[in-house]
Design a binder for this molecule. Structure first.
Ligand code: PMT
Length: 353
């Protein structure tokens, strides 16, 4: 089923979209398979569309990272982070974006490393990254952190050096122990193919793998065979978009790709009343271990850990927020405890840890 849409997906915002109609000229019409009218399932999706360039080489890097940590019997977590884009044209000028700065993912990655996990950080290109996150997207220009000495050499300004020294030490430890690998996506298609490749690579880790799906993944997209080649022209007035549903990849992820691991998905809503029912429904439907529910406006202060047996909240006080406590520093230890319990229980495929 195609979905007529003039607005982006929930939690998404249209980027750089002006209002033209797609021209029905033969040069920009998609080829005949585009006449398909029903939504594709995930099997058909992966058998119809080729993997984006770079999927195999990124996959090979993950194979090596997984093998290294499998030998060390270390737990590995895949952290997905940032929003996926949905291009509207093959030569992309315009696209729809899903909201996410990547704060949740980047902060969580640091906390997982602190807890002894190795991290595969699959993130949206140029979104926040672990360790550099405090500096790259700050209001300061990087030059503001520096200071010229009388002898002409540069040093970190004393105002910032305490914090930077701490972060640097953590970053260097993660690097020297090979605890972090970062790979990036831009479009929802990149994300889907990399997710399949990486989770399949991690499956050899069995219960020592955790999957922490914090990326904001588009629910609607324009499949390649329905996408026009060139920039949509604005000469015809308003623009109507037909977006197809993106196949729910959490289905094969739980059933096949990552079936032996501990799987945590996120549920993002803007309406508090539907958060818990929808989180529970996701658990019942997909049969994984945990859903973390969050509301867009309060996501840095409050999250809800939902299993089939219990609903527990993790909340920071205003004082903690003011002191700069990050909610991920509470979420990750809670997840590590749940992962321990789940492994202790023999890593059952279904049910609450
Ligand atoms: O980065 P920040 O600014 O800190 O924001 C963090 C966050 C709010 C983005 C994050 O905490 C969060 O909630 N991420 C998940 C957002 C999301 O995609 O929620 P959803 O309700 O649309 O999807 C639910 C689940 O279905 C997700 O696990 C997703 O991976 C999965 N999904 C979604 C679409 C799709 N086609 N297939 C899927 O499997």
């Amino acid at each position: 089923m195609s979905t007529a849409a003039t607005a982006p997906t929930a939690g998404s915002s249209a980027t750089n979209a002006s209002p033209p109609p797609p021209p029905p000229s033969s040069s920009s019409s998609p080829p005949s398979p585009a006449r398909r009218t029903s939504a594709v399932g995930w099997e058909e999706y992966f058998s119809t569309y080729p993997a984006p360039p770079g999927t195999d080489t990124a996959g090979a890097r993950i194979d090596a990272f997984v093998a290294f940590h499998a030998r060390a019997q270390r737990r590995v977590v895949l952290v997905t982070s940032g929003g996926t884009t949905v291009p509207l044209e093959k030569n992309t000028v315009r696209f729809i974006d899903n909201f996410s700065a990547g704060t949740r993912g980047a902060t969580s990655a640091e906390c997982f490393i602190e807890a002894g996990y190795a991290v595969i950080f699959l993130h949206r290109q140029f979104s926040l990254q672990p360790y550099s996150r405090d500096y790259t997207h700050s209001k300061n220009c990087f030059l503001d952190y520096m200071h010229a000495r009388a002898d002409g050499t540069l040093e970190v300004d004393a105002k910032y050096s305490g914090h930077m020294k701490e972060v640097l030490a953590k970053y260097q430890k993660a690097k020297s122990e090979n605890l972090l690998i970062m790979e990036s996506f831009i479009t929802v298609e990149d994300y889907l193919f990399l997710l399949r490749r990486f989770t399949t690579a991690m499956s050899v880790l069995r219960e020592n793998a955790m999957y922490y799906l914090a990326a904001a993944v588009s629910d609607f997209f324009v499949p390649k065979d329905k996408m026009i080649e060139h920039k949509i022209q604005s000469s015809g007035g308003h623009l109507e978009l037909q977006l197809d549903p993106v196949p729910k990849v959490i289905v094969p992820l739980v059933e096949t790709w990552a079936s032996k691991g501990f799987i945590v998905s996120f549920k993002l809503e803007t309406e508090p009343a539907i958060l818990i029912p929808k989180s529970r429904r996701a658990l019942e439907r997909y049969n994984h271990q945990l859903v973390i529910g969050n509301i867009l406006s309060t996501r840095k202060k409050l999250v809800t850990m939902v299993t089939l047996d219990a609903v527990e909240t993790i909340e920071l006080s205003d004082a903690e927020l003011a002191q700069g406590v990050e909610i991920e520093s509470r979420i990750i230890p809670d997840l590590v405890r749940r992962h321990d319990l789940w492994i202790g229980d023999g890593a059952p495929q279904h049910g609450a840890p």
